[in-house]
Ligand binder design. Structure first.
Ligand code: ADE
Length: 353
């Protein structure tokens, strides 16, 4: 039976028995995921590989399991250990990351791998993990729990949703999130923290889904206030999102044989360190300046849109056949560019092909 070591908070007492029920369900229904040690393996003493756990967590931030899984398989085939990744060339890792978005994350991935190798291995506690590049509160908790079986919570948006429903949380969302974080921490069972975290992830992904949650088969329905109220979908109650500002610009797809003109983006800033296509500044107001090498004859072929964290981007796509000076950029094979460009430029290239 899972045990709790810390004194239970008043709130966690109401959830007595929840982790046992959740873990029983998980033992029978755990998803098989490429980075995961299944319940049977864990029970037979197989240890999780912190490198794989960490890599998956970084990839899974803001992308789906099937999308991340393809990248995970590719990364772990090319760089099976943290030392292999630490020794990789930056451009290779950035190119392999292309399509996952949030490129600061790829730069931090490399920084973190190199720091882990330098310090001779992974730290195992939540506060120490938190000090590594690119590891925030969620990831520190997740890696501590999943890789090192530490009594740490892993509360992401899915777990927030599960607990918002359990609690029928109607208050200010920021305050409710703090309440949920404290509650989950208090509920982590001392003997199976990793599986508790995995079970919550699976519950959020397969039963307590954003739309049409399947309460009939939910292992924690007896503790769920939202289910008792009859409309679990109304939770979490979050403040309305602000509309994103729209920025505009132009992007140039310049072909020469089977090559396309590219540039390496500056390390700092959006899509930093990634391969890019030549583009103007991206502005909310006013007309962006065109590069001085731009030939007179360029053909507007359409536009692409891409949503970033803080703004939406609309780029007019121009197609050209060479006729640009030597120093306009680098020539990259269309095949490599298709793989290595971040999504917004990949869309423009695709349109031009
Ligand atoms: N979401 C975030 N981390 C995850 C993991 N390790 N497995 C499945 N889904 C996740």
């Amino acid at each position: 039976m899972p045990t709790r070591e810390k004194p239970a908070s008043a709130e966690s007492t109401r959830f007595d028995g929840l982790s046992e029920s959740l873990l029983d369900w998980y033992t029978a229904h755990a998803r098989q995921l490429p980075w995961r040690i299944g319940p049977a393996e864990r029970a037979s003493g197989v240890a999780a590989d912190p490198y794989r756990v960490w890599l998956a967590e970084i990839m899974l931030q803001q992308t789906t399991v099937p999308h991340a899984a393809r990248y995970f398989e590719d990364f772990t085939r090319r760089w099976p250990t943290v030392s292999d990744l630490a020794n990789a060339a930056d451009a290779d890792v950035m190119a392999a990351w292309a399509g996952l978005g949030y490129y600061a994350r790829a730069r931090n991935l490399l920084k973190c791998a190199r720091e882990v190798v330098e310090r001779g291995g992974w730290p195992t506690t939540e506060p120490e993990l938190r000090e590594l590049p690119g590891i925030g509160a969620y990831t520190a908790g997740a890696v501590a729990a999943l890789a090192f079986n530490q009594r740490a919570p892993a509360v992401d948006g899915n777990v927030d949703r599960v607990f918002a429903r359990l609690l029928a949380a109607k208050g200010d969302w920021k305050a409710e999130k703090a309440r949920i974080a404290a509650l989950v921490r208090a509920l982590v069972p001392a003997d199976r923290p990793a599986e508790f975290a995995e079970a919550l992830m699976d519950l959020g992904a397969t039963i307590c889904t954003p739309k049409r949650p399947n309460c009939l088969i939910c292992p924690v329905r007896n503790w769920c206030s939202a289910q008792a109220e009859g409309d679990p979908e109304r939770y979490p109650v979050k403040p309305a999102k602000k509309a994103k500002p729209v920025r505009h610009g132009e992007v140039y797809v310049v072909f020469q044989g089977d090559q396309v003109l590219t540039e390496r983006r500056p390390d700092k800033g959006l899509l930093g360190g990634m391969l890019g296509l030549p583009t103007t500044e991206w502005l909310e107001d006013g007309a962006p300046l065109s590069p001085d090498w731009l030939p007179e004859t360029k053909t507007l072929i359409g536009d692409v849109r891409h949503v970033f964290t803080h703004f939406e981007l609309r780029l007019s796509v121009y197609r050209m056949i060479a006729g640009v000076p030597e120093n306009a950029g680098d020539w990259t094979s269309v095949e490599h560019a298709t793989d290595a460009l971040p999504s917004v430029f990949r869309k423009a290239l695709k349109l031009a092909l």
